[in-house]
Design a protein around this ligand. Sequence first.
Ligand code: ADP
Ligand code: MG
Length: 350
Amino acid sequence: MKKNRLGIIGGGQLGMFTCIAAKKKNIKSIILSEAEEFSAKNFCDKYFISDFKNLNNLDKFIDSADYFTIETENIPISIIHYIEKKKKVFPCSKVIEIAQNRLKEKKFLNSINGINTTEYLQPKNFGDFKYASKNFNYSCILKSKELGYDGKGQYKINKNNLDFFKEFNFNNFILEKIVDFKKEISVIVVKSNANTINYPIVENIHKKSILRESFYPSKVNKKIKSEAITKSFEIADQISLNGVLAIEMFILKNDQILINELAPRPHNSGHWSMDACNESQYDNLINSIFFNDLIPPQVRAKCRMVNLIGNDYKKIKSLKKKYRCYDYYKKEIRDSRKMGHYIILDQLNS
Ligand code: ADP
Ligand code: MG
């Protein structure tokens, strides 16, 4: 029987865009969501609302699809292992396991020749932490190893707030040195058995640790571009990627590239590919799972993608008059919550 059913764990906006891409290619999408209300609800062919760890429902979800993917890496790895015993997951558990834990991710990245991350330490207790903070000149961030996103689970450290962490459980955190970067960029790589492709570099602007804007073309020089792409392919190779991997990077003032983090799924900084490329990151995710042959993206326009965060969402009606707007259909506005985005296109030769 033809395999044409995709199970997606998580039903947020990334899941929603994956469902839309699947439909275009006659692939059925089935969502597993822990939330009652979720962005992908009206875009999937079927859904299960259940605690991921409910094995009875997980079995039903596994039976309902041929292949599986994720739209968030914050899923207990035991669930991925459980699915993998029966069916294939894109990317595989090895990739997800590394990318969902900052410590494993940093160890993996630094083990690759020519790849570096920011410096970090692993304080075990308050004394360690004070010593480590001093080592970083009190310019560092305590980051949770797991479950962090959009700056959640992160604490900026300074000389005056150390005592706040007296009772802290440091086991779940790493302490990372703050770098004075010149730019943030990201590269999205998609890999199948047949080929590996990349989306061109975009430049990212964060405010309060949340992505505000991504734009193409990036204003980085050719040498950095080529180095960033080479590093991305090396990482995709070393991690044995199958599917999509987004790689966030810092470019330092001396042009050194540090890898910030990996996302084993489509990425917010790749939304622009839906409007400005012939084949989006979501389309190529579907290609990597069902069709093997990936379609290298051809860029049709210059593009700026702007996130609507929290109350920004209230502007969506008026923005719609001018720009292509995407609504994530979230039930309520929350501070720091990504509610939608809009796209500004411009001619390539302008
Ligand atoms: P998240 O998983 O929340 O995206 P990140 O580690 O990517 O976590 O941090 C979010 C943002 O915070 C980064 O994109 C960057 O703007 C800023 N940031 C994180 N770590 C550092 C660092 N070591 N030095 C400088 N800025 C940082
Ligand atoms: Mg990040």
